[in-house]
Design a protein around this ligand. Structure first.
Ligand SMILES: Cc1cc2nc3c(=O)[nH]c(=O)nc-3n(C[C@H](O)[C@H](O)[C@H](O)COP(=O)(O)OP(=O)(O)OC[C@H]3O[C@@H](n4cnc5c(N)ncnc54)[C@H](O)[C@@H]3O)c2cc1C
Length: 422
């Protein structure tokens, strides 16, 4: 069997590896010169079943309205995209009821927990080292009301296997002494001992190498223009380098999956949600942060990755514009240097790099995996803010579906069938 995978980000590379491991002939097509160079390049680095809550939580509409036009808002809706977004946006809001949110949260938590187990097996089997750490993560709250809501939310994670511990400000600082300067500003925190972290781009490069050792071919610099289909089957991928044929096709092109799917009139309810990161070289800091933390009120995360600190956050609905807006970077820099005063000397150095990427966000906040109405077309897309947390598990699950093996997780909750009849 020959499988063509479109996209060499976290999701495409993970799928390629698991297929190649089974002896399947794999060809990966990607327009970039190497793996993991778009949204998987400089993400927050957190592997977090604990953050399984979709962003369309109950009350999101009120918050979105409150944040309109505020450049420092955690979620920014640019007026120009409101109209093109209406259909997806309507579904996004429909999924923010208490009942739907809870179902979607547990779906995400299950897939992410499965993915963490899968990643651990891969790490052990292949000896992968991607600046990985297993120290857990911590969510911080400056507002007592937000902390209480978060603890209520955690009650909904019951049964999903996610463990947590509520912390008062002194316990937060005991776990992460680098936060000593802000102890008096905190209402408290929540510690998630099973979360992990690591460099997603490095993982993509390493795993692509292992996939290639098992025979996978990566064709970089090839832009996919569309799919050719008959009524029931995909016949070929049209690319900048000609037609490419296979027995099976996997669409794993992140935010661009719906753009490619349009060529066969397949609607995939995924939209790009822009986020930013800055990466600082913190060599020379005598007491650097030890563990990843998320400021829940500002939606900003800071993750140590070896001798670097990755600061990531913000969500902006602005179409496919992936340019770096210096105002957003300035807001994040200001915020993070208030949090870690010891970081200030490192922020203005030339060793700081800035980046923006487009999270492929599905309208219910759960990824879209598996079969389509075309017998030989599979999806692996729409992982939103959790693509790193779910990559290994999604790659293995889709491989099992393609190979006709009993899947480790029931795929139905992740299927396209939840939006349209298959
Ligand atoms: C600021 C930010 C912080 C984040 N933090 C975290 C985090 O801490 N933890 C977490 O779990 N997730 C996080 N995420 C989300 C995560 O990074 C994404 O979900 C993940 O990278 C998506 O992977 P992907 O493979 O689907 O997409 P991508 O990485 O975008 O891969 C898609 C690939 O398809 C290729 N492609 C697209 N169109 C075409 C075409 N026409 N022809 C050829 N090739 C094409 C692209 O070149 C790209 O390589 C974050 C995202 C952002 C933006």
């Amino acid at each position: 069997m020959r499988v063509v995978i479109i996209g060499a980000g976290l999701i495409g590379v993970s799928t390629a590896y698991f297929l190649a491991e089974k002896g399947v002939e794999v060809v990966v097509l990607d327009r970039q010169p190497g793996p993991g160079l778009e949204t998987s390049f400089a993400n927050g680095g957190m592997i977090t079943p604990s953050q399984a809550d979709p962003w369309n939580s109950p009350g999101i509409l009120r918050k979105l309205i409150r944040w309109i036009g505020r450049e420092d808002a955690p979620v920014l809706l640019r007026p120009a995209v409101v109209l093109p977004l209406w259909r997806w946006g309507f579904q996004f809001l429909r999924n923010s009821t208490e009942a739907k949110f809870r179902v979607n949260l547990v779906r995400n938590a299950r897939l992410a927990a499965y993915s963490v187990r899968t990643l651990g097996e891969l790490r052990a089997r292949l000896g992968l080292h991607y600046e990985d750490a297993r120290r857990g993560t911590m969510r911080l709250y400056r507002d007592g009301g937000s902390l209480r809501s978060a603890l209520d939310l955690n009650a909904k994670l019951e049964g999903s296997g996610v463990r947590w511990q509520a912390l008062d400000p002194a316990q937060v600082v005991a776990l992460e002494p680098a936060l000593g300067a802000v102890e008096s500003l905190l209402a408290g925190g929540i510690f998630y001992p099973d979360d992990e972290s690591g460099d997603a781009h490095l993982y993509c490069r390493l795993l692509a190498h292992h996939a290639m050792q098992r025979g996978a071919i990566f064709r970089h610099g090839v832009t996919v223009l569309g799919l050719e289909s008959s009524e029931r089957e995909i016949r070929a991928v049209r690319t900048s380098a000609g037609r490419v044929e296979a027995d099976v096709y996997v669409l794993a092109a992140g935010s661009y999956s719906p753009v490619i799917a349009r060529s066969i009139r397949l609607a995939i309810p995924v939209q790009p949600v822009k986020g930013y990161s800055l990466t600082l070289d913190i060599r020379g800091w005598d007491a650097p942060p030890r563990m990843p933390v998320v400021d829940e009120d500002a939606h900003i995360a800071a993750t140590p990755l070896g001798h670097r600190l990755r600061v990531a956050g913000t969500a902006e609905f602005n179409g496919f514009d992936a340019s770096v807006d210096p105002r957003r970077i300035r807001n994040m820099s200001r915020f993070i240097s208030d949090f870690y005063p010891g970081l200030r000397p490192f922020i203005a150095t030339t060793a700081t790099s800035t980046w923006a990427g487009l999270r492929p966000y599905s309208c219910d906040g759960v990824p879209i995996l598996g079969a389509t109405n075309w017998a030989n077309l599979f999806l692996n897309t729409g992982h939103g803010h959790l693509g790193w947390s779910m990559a290994a598990g999604s790659g293995r699950l889709v491989t099992q579906l393609i190979c006709g093996e009993p899947p480790d997780l029931d795929p139905a909750p992740y299927g396209l069938g939840r939006f349209q009849r298959l």
